[in-house]
Design a binder for this molecule. Sequence first.
Ligand code: SF4
Length: 288
Amino acid sequence: MPERFPASLQQKIEDRLRYYEDLGIRLFYTDRGPGGATLIAPEPIASASSPPPVIEENVLPKPTTKPARAKVAPVAPPPPLVVPPTGPSLFETMEKVKNETLLKIRGDLGECTRCKLHKGRNKIVFGDGNPKAELVFVGEGPGADEDAQGLPFVGRAGKLLTQMIEAMGLQRKDVYICNVVKCRPPENRAPEPDEVTACSPFLIRQIDSIHPKVIVCLGATAAKTILNTTRGISQFRGEWLEWRGHKLMATYHPAYLLRNPPAKADVWKDLQKVMAELGLQLPKKSKS
Ligand code: SF4
């Protein structure tokens, strides 16, 4: 407790506290040196005859004491990108065939009935483009337009892919475009594991035959299937990965961009990385 003051000093203090109280100031701190600070609350000073003001002690942390820090739970580092995390798939283990050509692979595929997707298809969509392309795009599977024409990415999403390719300074004939499965899944559903298993040897042979510098997976299904991972595409989109000796990058599917145009900026960033890898320059704008 504070020491009692002489009566004259006590009166001066009461007068001063009353003055501050009139101003609306009701709490005071006084430095007590190394022992800390004292909070003084001048409770009602009714009159000079009133008992001494109530002095309430509230010892603050000593100046030498370090402020206590809220404990923050340690943030676990993101898991390393293991491809594939669930064990090697056919995509990793299938041996390369020597002297492959796309023509031979197409011949081996024939009028394929290796999986149930053959029942609903109109045309097999084998793939299209430059057999010596440095860049291969891999999608999920044909849609209605592709099924009708027998060509990959020819619908609305395909037109957007064409624009993306041209924005990179290339033409469709410069790249190769194909899908994980070559027949249209009903209702455009994702291919099922048995269908992927049946069809993927042909995709692997196509890519091995082309031997591109870069593979771009379009969309979650293609990326997760090829990489044999259950991780969401947003976790590895735009990152360089290695797959069967090729550099591989996953990005969003053009159909997703039609539904979500702001994601085009992310895809363009990814494609610029691909351009840098291939030594491509941004096309110069023509003077009009
Ligand atoms: S999806 Fe592939 S494996 Fe299945 S029937 Fe078509 S070509 Fe054959």
